[in-house]
Design a protein around this ligand. Sequence first.
Ligand SMILES: [Zn+2]
Length: 205
Amino acid sequence: MVKDTLDKMDIENSAGNSVADDSVVEQIAAHYEAIIRLIGEDPTREGLVKTPVRAAKALLFAAGGYRKSTSEIVNGAVFTHEGSRMIIVRDIEFYSFCEHHILPFFGIISIGYIPDGKIIGLSKVARIVDMFARRLQVQERLTEQVCAELQKILSAKGVIARCTAEHLCMKMRGVEKQQSVTTTLDYNGIFATDPTLRHEFLSSI
Ligand SMILES: [Zn+2]
């Protein structure tokens, strides 16, 4: 069994709150220990003794989106705004897991919206991306969820998101295509009815 002093640092969220308790780390670590043995390794050799606990903490951090909520993230950072021009937050990096293989996929997502009286703090947009990315995901759903959630928060005239990502499940296994990049696009509101706005967004990112 894995026994280690559990250092919570690695699984704290950015606000410093613990997001998973020791018993969850211990349970995941026990499974990792079994996996290490099942793939033909020796979990008792020196370099691997602490690996199950480290891996459990790393997983809990990388899958921390399950323990976040929009209300906690936004925390009042929605402001009145008179303008009606497009606001674009470009190239937000994210790291996620493909839900079919539990291998990473990662890339960037750019978001545009046309406000209808309300804007959101820019860092909050990035945190919302992280909340949905740090889960078992497919890129298509990640793009949709970010778009829909911002629309829910802002009641904007429209929200659009473009996501570009590399999938390790395509590079390390399966078809082993090293250069492939997947792009997904989602939009709602005025972006659905006005192709010139979609073009304006796409040409400026
Ligand atoms: Zn996959």
